[in-house]
Design a protein around this ligand. Structure first.
Ligand SMILES: Cc1ncc(COP(=O)(O)O)c(C=O)c1O
Length: 488
């Protein structure tokens, strides 16, 4: 088989990581029948030579295709196209042929969110430095599959009926218990609303609390998912700087009194990683009460803290019910579950449930039931304990690698918690260029500059360590060092 039959053009200038191009090319060739079931494909070494790229992106692409079942490896005899292409893959071939139209159909208004490209690294596979992904390799898939399978069998017909817009009662009880004991959240099950992830929670909060053109304070730099949710609700973003103690509340106060809501990540500021100090927390709560504003607290990854004890949620300090607390199972379990939750102040409960109904009525119940059992049986607590030590090991490997290969090239901003470490780059080094080059070498970090709404203040990299083994992280820091050294 030759490259010509494979049609695998690799272009370094289109901003798509090389491994992604190779993955897409091979997958396309399999689905379109240019690579036949059972056919042997070239070794990674010879394909890398033919394409004129390093072996790492080819290995990453093969690994992903093996993982997804398009390829099978036979020890000693090579890599082959699977003989069993499942139906859903063939269906995706049909979908893959539908090219999105580049023309604007008549009457469709430009949309403030849809006009922006989705952050490219978001849906890439679990390669070193990928942000937002937990240790998918360590998830206890067998016991989880048992729980889900029981729900799929639907042992009672009621399991197939509509669910409660607020969420499954037993799950809400289990989450309330977990939040009270491990996050110092003040809540009862009647305040817990189950949603399909924290992105949905942000969208729901924006739709429920904001009118078009309302002003929403956001951390600068901050979480782009929140920016998108507020823009989609036609709100005006008001960036407020953060410093070592978190959101600068004095700067927030100077932005005027007509701010409806503030979005914050007090336990682990996204993306810089610091914790909001107690005095800032009180000042923020005071600001909200004086201005009759809402605080949206995004507590996305605080189960994982490596120094000191876990820090309680801001919500637990709130005596006047201004905080809407948002949490997710995307980091503690896995993002594909799409289960998140909100703690709603009693005064807003009826409005939120009504809004929830208007959106999509309720969150699919299969995972809710499985999750309730996972929490009730103690498996969730056990999983968190195991993950904390695994992440500590992964974080330490990343820090060791940075020390060894990038010591004079990056400054580690904060590494106390969560699943990524943010590093600042030397003056004059452009983080987007670094990201593009890392992508060409099979790695997927995220640039700090994309997290600013206003002028970019600092260039840096968000380095995810959750989804890669310590060995792969160490190897990746060596590549990062090479890429950075070429730029100073
Ligand atoms: C700050 C922050 N909030 C929320 C999320 C997304 O959570 P979900 O998958 O529940 O929408 C992420 C994902 O990485 C995040 O970084």
């Amino acid at each position: 088989m030759t490259l010509a039959t494979l049609h695998l053009p690799v272009d370094r200038d289109i901003g798509v990581p090389i491994f992604r191009q190779i993955y897409d090319g091979l997958r396309g060739a399999i689905l379109e029948g240019r690579l036949r079931p059972g056919q042997r494909i070239p070794s990674t070494r010879s394909l890398a030579t033919d394409l004129g790229v390093s072996r790492l992106p080819v290995l990453s692409a093969y690994e992903q295709l093996l993982h997804e079942g398009y390829l099978v490896g036979r020890t000693g005899s090579g890599t082959f196209v699977t003989r069993h292409i499942p139906d859903h893959l063939l269906r995706s071939r049909a979908i893959g042929r539908l090219k999105p139209s580049t023309q604007n159909p008549g009457g469709v208004r430009a949309h403030p969110v849809l006009n922006r490209p989705t952050p490219t690294s978001w849906s890439l596979p679990a390669v070193p430095f990928q942000i937002g992904l937990p240790a998918l390799d360590l998830f206890p898939r067998a016991p989880w599959a048992k729980l889900v399978a029981r729900q799929i069998r639907a042992e009672t017909p009621e399991q197939l009926a509509y669910g409660d817009p607020a969420g499954l009662r037993s799950l809400r009880v289990a989450i309330a218990e977990h939040l009270r004991t491990s996050r110092a959240v003040r809540c009862v099950a009647d305040q817990i609303l189950i949603v399909p992830g924290s992105q949905a929670a942000l969208r729901l909060a924006a739709a429920t609390l904001l009118e078009p053109n309302d002003r929403v304070a956001i951390e600068e730099p901050g979480y782009f998912g929140a920016h998108r949710a507020f823009r989609a609700a036609s709100a005006q973003l008001v960036p407020v700087p953060v410093d070592e103690a978190g959101l600068n509340v004095a700067a927030l106060q100077r932005r005027g009194s007509n701010i409806r809501a503030a979005y914050v990540t007090p336990s682990h500021q996204y993306p810089l990683g610091m914790t909001m100090s107690a005095s800032r927390r009180f000042a923020l709560l005071d600001w909200a009460e004086r201005n009759q504003a809402w605080i949206l607290e995004d507590d996305y990854d605080s189960e994982f803290r490596y120094v000191s004890r876990p820090i309680g949620a801001l919500q637990g300090m709130d005596a006047s019910d201004r905080v809407i607390y948002i949490g997710t199972f995307s980091k503690a379990l896995f993002p594909a579950a799409r289960v998140g939750y909100m703690v709603i102040p009693p005064s807003l409960w009826a409005r939120f449930v009504e809004s929830r109904f208007a959106f999509d009525i309720f969150t699919p119940t299969i995972y809710q039931r499985a999750l309730a059992e996972f929490l009730e049986s103690g498996q969730f607590a056990r999983h968190l304990r195991r993950m904390r030590s695994a992440y500590l090991e992964r974080r330490d490997a990343l820090l060791r690698g940075l020390e060894r290969h990038c010591a004079d090239l990056v400054h580690v901003h904060n590494s106390d918690a969560g699943l990524h470490v943010t590093v600042l780059l030397r003056e004059g080094v452009d983080d987007r260029e670094v990201i593009a080059e890392l992508g060409r070498r099979g790695l997927a970090a995220f640039d700090l500059s994309s997290t600013y709404v206003g002028p970019v203040q600092k260039h840096g990299l968000l380095l995810g360590f959750g989804c890669a083994t310590p060995q792969r992280l160490l190897a990746a820091t060596r590549i990062l060092g090479d890429v950075l050294r070429e730029r100073v």
